[in-house]
Write a protein that binds this ligand. Structure first.
Ligand code: KIV
Length: 272
């Protein structure tokens, strides 16, 4: 029996901290809807992220910027209704926290009240520390997100690896310490050199979850639609595809169309 199957109790921020302490890796995936969240939870994933990547994979936008707080709440509540075991984290969307800690708090409170999720995630370091501190003061657990932060894509201008230069790497390390000091329970590090991510994970006592950040961190996260091969257009080096659901679904739909056209479906047993 796997370690995940053995642990049936609800995953909390405390459990994640114990996992880091015990050197047990944390498995995190995104989900945005009831049906897939149910499968992912029952498969034993530790953390489910209702990511603002819903803007890309669910709504078809090019960036994560357009998704709204109401839309994130809709996705979050759908996921929470499906989940028994995993810790559920809901992304705070662009424009609902940056530069205004009062608004950040009211956005986070809406997410917690209207989705019943376990925590929120937001992007950035020193610039958002005041917002994080205010959210934490209301008893809401916060996950940080550093490195490639997609809500800042217009500032970066590209989705390439971040913090390769010394100055940016130094700021990332400082930001990670700051997020830990203010009280974040974990941090996602996206698309940064593996050596840098490993250093951050070794220096910090809170769990560090990587995406495109190598294996020296405390856990990994992937976008569900990417790792299942539903999304064919996105092929970064860090992505491992565990299935080709695009081909499977397309084949099944093709068979259905053929059966309808040939009047093979429905047959006598499939009608009243
Ligand atoms: O929105 C998202 O899916 C994320 C992950 C890439 C970490 O933030």
């Amino acid at each position: 029996m796997s370690v995940a199957m053995n642990r049936q109790k609800k995953v909390t921020t405390h459990v994640l901290s114990e996992m880091k302490h015990n050197k047990e890796k944390i498995a995190m995936l995104t989900a945005y809807d009831y049906s897939l969240a149910k499968i992912v939870d029952q498969a034993g994933v530790d953390v489910i992220l209702v990511g603002d990547s819903a803007s890309n994979v669910m709504a078809g936008w090019e960036t994560t910027l357009p998704i709204t707080l109401d839309q994130m709440i809709y996705h979050g509540a759908s996921v929470v209704r499906a989940v028994n075991r995993a810790l559920v984290v809901v992304d705070m969307p662009f424009g609902t926290y940056q530069g205004n800690s009062k608004e950040a708090l009211s956005s986070a409170i809406r997410i917690m009240k209207e989705t019943a999720a376990d925590s929120v995630k937001l992007e950035g370091g020193a610039e958002v520390v005041e917002c994080i501190s205010r959210i934490l003061s209301a008893g809401i657990p916060v996950m940080g997100h550093l490195g490639l932060t997609p809500q800042s894509i217009h500032k970066f201008g590209t989705y390439t690896v971040r913090a390769k230069q010394e100055e940016e790497a130094k700021k990332l390390i400082e930001d990670a310490h700051l997020l830990q000091e203010v009280g974040c329970f974990a941090i996602v590090l996206e698309k940064i050199p593996a050596e840098l991510a490993q250093r951050v994970a070794a220096e910090l006592t809170i769990p560090i979850i990587g995406i495109g950040a190598g294996s020296g961190v405390d856990g990994q996260v992937l976008v569900l639609h990417d790792m299942l091969g539903i999304n064919q257009e996105f092929s970064p080096r860090f992505l491992r595809r565990y299935h080709n659901l695009f081909a499977e679904i397309s084949g099944a739909v093709g068979n259905y169309i053929q059966d309808v056209k040939s009047i093979d479906f429905p047959n006598e047993r499939e009608q009243y």
